[in-house]
Design a protein around this ligand. Structure first.
Ligand code: FES
Length: 647
């Protein structure tokens, strides 16, 4: 394709057809300030920070397509004056709440203010009485900080198919962005039990899935996750006899470095383990082990699903925003979700039962902090279905030490505890480290604690779109072979590593590891794969808008799949709502590549060969399927509208 020649500040550059001045400037590292431009979204030209002179006219670089021989000037007096006044106007819409803002060390508009010597308070703060909205326990939208760039509204409507935000119909500066409908407190919620028909084509129904894509696409921190770091900090300062455990999700280790100036995709597992100890946590665990439990159960369920010929497809369910999307918008597919818990909802119960017994601790004296890429996880940990019924566990599991330590406190009958107590997003955890002057990149790497730090490559790839599918297929391939050769899944349920017991020429020992068909950043991936001798049609979607396309195609009978993975966020958890900002396709691809690198280099790459997983099945579950169901599975139900409240 012919390149277009043009000049920026007197120097020649080349652009491809359709590229804007800002596209080329970003590629060539020519500084042009910008706020509302996001590569995931359409050009809206709302912030007007990217002013340049193009062919003698002042215009926005993000919306100006390069033409042959165009002359661009990025730093004339008029351009700088225009940017300065626009920034002053932006500050009149954005109340500075810097001491409590997670972006205080990384605030783009403060950096621009310093660069252009802008008086932050030149104009009166016109939004000083604007409300803060809270969506469940996950997201807060502080409308007094909103600069009306509309990125949140677009990403929610266009990419996530939720349309939870609206642009009001007012004119001029009175036109604002807000959550749709009335606040929760003012509106009586409708109760739906079998609400399948009620939900169809009802334009008045909208709700938040807490995916947090509005957070990662907001350029000024007006939308953020509800913070848990204060509660965690308080616990660390006064443990009060409690054991504090931190656990890291698969994708954190390849993204957190960005908060400390490291390259995209830098692997920091060892430094993260050291940082958890430096902050004062007693144990540093890996959610990847929980992911191995999820995989084990999900693969087992998939094998049963196929052999029992249940209605297809089976859907993954470890992304809570996706689950909420199905429960709210597509309840007719609820019965298609795998009931296997998400990774940290598997590791939490394992820690608060088996590990508590090993520690000789009352589970009530253990607090778990999951460090997650996700804002929706903040909602997930509050769900009643994820509370552990300790009395029931004590009756059914062999936990003599817990029984003995709890006796003096009246036993555990009727006592329920959350599986996980707090969620810190990647950004929040980095903030806590900065606040405590812990310089992550310079910590000496250490191992995660054992036994719960042992995990497989299958757990590692959970953070990338297609990772859950590939992990489950690795084990399903093996489980199908066990079923075919032994006639039952009993060895699987009992946690016996059959592969090791079999001779080299057994089909079991030839099970497949990699399913590359599931990998990549495409919004929807489909393939026909051979799993344990069966041909399965698979689909992988990332982004709820893509999930909606699959659901609509399934409903209309246009497609047929056996197994479908959905992650609400672009690229999967590596593009999650709690991840470092910015995130875009290029950054997500680098984070994903690092996860596959981790997988490739681990000695164990499948959940069914993880010795820690097999030990729990062997020693504690002892083939008791009801027990496994109780500890590692959940049920789903139609969701009522939860809306939002003013805080
Ligand atoms: Fe160009 Fe906002 S980045 S107008």
């Amino acid at each position: 394709m012919k390149k277009i020649k043009f000049t920026i500040n007197g120097k020649e550059y080349f652009a491809k057809k359709g590229e804007t001045v800002l596209d080329v400037a970003l590629r060539e590292k020519i500084e042009i300030p910008h706020l509302c431009k996001h590569p995931d979204l359409k050009i809206k030209g709302n912030c007007r920070m990217c002013l340049v002179e193009a062919g003698g006219q002042i215009t926005t670089a993000c919306s100006t397509e390069v033409l042959p021989d165009l002359t661009i000037k990025t730093n004339t007096k008029e351009v700088e004056r225009g940017r300065k006044i626009n920034l002053e106007l932006i500050f009149s819409e954005h109340i500075e709440k810097c001491p409590t803002c997670l972006y205080q060390d990384n605030c783009t508009i403060l950096k621009y203010a310093a660069k252009y010597n802008v008086k932050i308070a030149r104009f009166e703060d016109r939004k000083k009485n604007f409300p803060v909205w809270q969506f469940s326990d996950s997201i807060q939208f502080d409308s007094s900080k909103c600069i009306d760039c509309r990125n949140c509204e677009e990403v929610c409507r266009e990419k996530q198919a939720c349309s939870f935000y609206e642009i009001t119909e007012d004119k001029g500066e009175d036109q604002i962005i807000k959550p749709k409908g009335e606040a929760n407190g003012n509106q009586k919620l409708e109760t739906r039990n079998q609400g399948v028909d009620l939900l169809k084509n009802d334009p008045n129904k909208f709700d938040c899935t807490y995916c947090g894509q509005c957070v990662t696409h907001c350029p000024v921190g007006a939308i953020a996750g509800v913070s848990h770091w204060q509660a965690v900090e308080k616990l660390l300062q006064n443990k009060n006899g409690k054991v504090l455990i931190a656990e890291i999700a698969p994708s954190i280790r390849v993204s957190i470095g960005e908060e400390f100036g490291q390259d995209y995709g830098k692997i920091m597992t060892g430094q993260l383990a050291a940082s958890m100890k430096a902050l004062g946590f007693d144990y540093a665990f890996d959610v990847n082990l929980g992911a191995d439990f999820t995989t084990y159960e999900e693969a087992k369920e998939l094998v049963k699903w196929i052999t029992e010929d249940k209605p297809r497809p089976m859907f993954t369910s470890c992304c809570p925003a996706w689950v909420k999307f199905v429960e709210f918008f597509y309840p007719e597919f609820i019965s298609h979700l795998t009931s296997a818990n998400s990774p940290h909802m598997c590791s939490g119960p394992v820690i608060k039962t088996f590990f508590a017994d090993y520690l000789k601790k009352d589970p009530r004296d253990i607090e778990i902090v999951s460090i997650m890429p996700c804002t929706s996880k903040k909602h997930e940990i509050g769900l009643e279905k994820h509370r552990i019924d300790l009395g029931w566990c004590l009756e059914r599991l062999d936990l003599p030490n817990i029984a003995s330590v709890c006796q003096s406190r009246g036993g555990l009958a009727g006592i329920k505890v959350p599986a996980v107590d707090h969620i810190l997003t990647t950004r929040e955890y980095a903030f806590l480290l900065h606040k405590n002057k812990i310089d992550l990149p310079n910590l000496k790497p250490i191992d995660l604690d054992r036994p719960l730090g042992v995990s497989s490559g299958a757990g590692a790839i959970y953070g990338a779109s297609g990772g859950v599918m590939e992990s489950a297929l690795r084990s399903a391939d093996y489980f199908f072979r066990v079923l075919d050769e032994t006639g039952s899944l009993d060895p699987v349920i009992k946690g016996e590593n059959y592969k090791l017991k079999k001779k080299r020429f057994s089909k079991i020992s030839q099970s497949r590891i990699e399913f590359r068909e599931a990998r990549g950043q495409a919004g929807i991936k489909t393939a026909r794969v051979k799993v344990g001798g069966r041909k399965l049609n698979i689909a992988v979607a990332n982004g709820l808008g893509n999930a909606k396309k699959i659901l609509e195609d399934l409903k209309a009978g246009r497609v047929k799949y056996d197994y479908v993975e959905v992650m609400a966020c672009p690229g999967g958890c590596i593009g999650g709502g709690g991840q470092p900002i910015p995130t875009n396709a290029e950054i997500r691809a680098k984070r994903a590549a690092a996860l596959y690198e981790i997988d490739k280099n681990l000695p164990v790459r499948t959940a069914h060969e993880n010795p820690s997983v097999l030990e729990v099945y062997n020693k504690y579950f002892k083939g008791d399927e009801e027990l496994i169901e109780h500890v590692l599975h959940s049920k789903f139900k139609v969701k009522e509208r939860e809306g939002y409240k003013e805080v």
